[in-house]
Design a binder for this molecule. Structure first.
Ligand SMILES: Nc1ncnc2c1ncn2[C@@H]1O[C@H](COP(=O)(O)OP(=O)(O)O)[C@@H](O)[C@H]1O
Ligand SMILES: O=C(O)C1=C[C@@H](OP(=O)(O)O)[C@@H](O)[C@H](O)C1
Length: 288
């Protein structure tokens, strides 16, 4: 019983660490998961292609969640390979969880969709709860996971696992990922909560559809709260419509039209780390 699926990474409009309300948009870089199940095996063993020493508990928990609900005690293997850098603020955990949940559904022939045995939102929540169980998230990150599963931009209340808005957008996107890594679970949540009034303002802008303005405010506020320099965001504001620290960093995402982003790219290319030119993505996670 084999299954395969893919899910996109995402960038941040509003970080949920201050109030529990967050917003993110899917981008066109993705993670693929391959699941192989057998009734002769009990254990579930994960492997991450890019880093054989990385923590595989999230993807193993995702397989277990689907087997517990729809299977009959099967075990097996799960392997991810990914273009989304890990722990860089680009939602690698949500993409890995969503791809794994759908790949396991594929392996067990569970139909996913509005008329299926599981809706995409329910499938997404299996991954969110697996992420909570293994401790790789603070709020559950339903904002990031819903953007990755459904595509487009979403606004969610992670304290209630409630989807408050979803819209499709069509932006060019530039991503700069400095070399360091920042695990969400290590983020300074107390400092983020200090800026809750600003986060509520970002929430209003996002629910008004003013996503780029929301990103600009989010970027300045959360860079300061999480101890990242604000200079790259302020410098980028001269060239693009919207720019923000993504998640708990260190990546910065900028959105605008192609010519605006080209100017910014020439500046970011001078810095250490990697620069990715991509676009927003309307298609979310899907079985391959
Ligand atoms: N490609 C992947 N395959 C399997 N698990 C992954 C993958 N990427 C991330 N994870 C899991 O997510 C954790 C990182 O989560 P997090 O710090 O929230 O990063 P991000 O901000 O990129 O989502 C990793 O320790 C790992 O457990
Ligand atoms: O763990 C969490 O609850 C969250 C982590 C952050 O994202 P990253 O995982 O990209 O750092 C943040 O943007 C999100 O709103 C909530």
């Amino acid at each position: 019983m084999d299954g395969q699926a893919a899910a996109p990474g995402a960038g941040t409009v509003l970080n949920a660490l201050a109030t529990g309300v967050g917003s993110a948009f899917a981008i066109d870089i993705e993670t693929r998961a391959t699941v192989s199940l057998s009734s002769d095996v009990e254990s579930i063993d994960g492997e991450i292609a890019e880093d054989l020493t990385a923590d595989t508990r999230l993807i193993e928990a995702c397989v277990r969640a689907v087997v517990d609900r729809f299977g009959d005690g099967e075990g097996g293997t799960v392997r991810t390979d990914s273009d989304v850098p890990m722990a860089a603020g680009l939602k690698s955990s949500s993409a890995a969880a969503n791809a794994t949940i759908l790949a396991t559904c594929d392996a067990l022939s569970v139909s996913v969709g509005s008329t299926g045995e599981l809706t995409h939102t329910e499938a997404c929540l299996l991954g969110v709860n697996a992420a909570r169980d293994v401790g790789v998230t603070i709020t559950g990150a339903f904002d990031d996971a819903s953007a990755s599963m459904l595509g487009g931009v979403t606004v969610t209340d992670n304290t209630e696992d409630e989807l408050r808005a979803r819209e499709t957008v069509d932006w060019d996107v530039l991503v700069w990922t400095p070399p360091e890594r920042a695990y969400s679970a290590d983020a300074d949540v107390d400092r983020c909560q200090n800026i809750a009034p600003t986060a509520r303002l970002v929430e209003e802008l996002a629910l008004d559809g003013r996503y780029k303005d929301a990103m600009n405010v989010n970027g300045l506020a959360f860079s300061a709260a999480l101890g990242f320099p604000t200079e790259p965001t302020v410098d980028a504001m001269a060239h693009v419509d919207g720019v923000s620290l993504s998640g708990t960093g260190p990546s910065i995402v900028a959105v605008g039209d192609e010519s605006e982003l080209a100017h910014l790219k020439s500046q970011w290319d001078e810095q250490d780390g990697t620069v990715i030119e991509t676009t927003t993505r309307t298609m979310g996670a899907h079985i391959l």
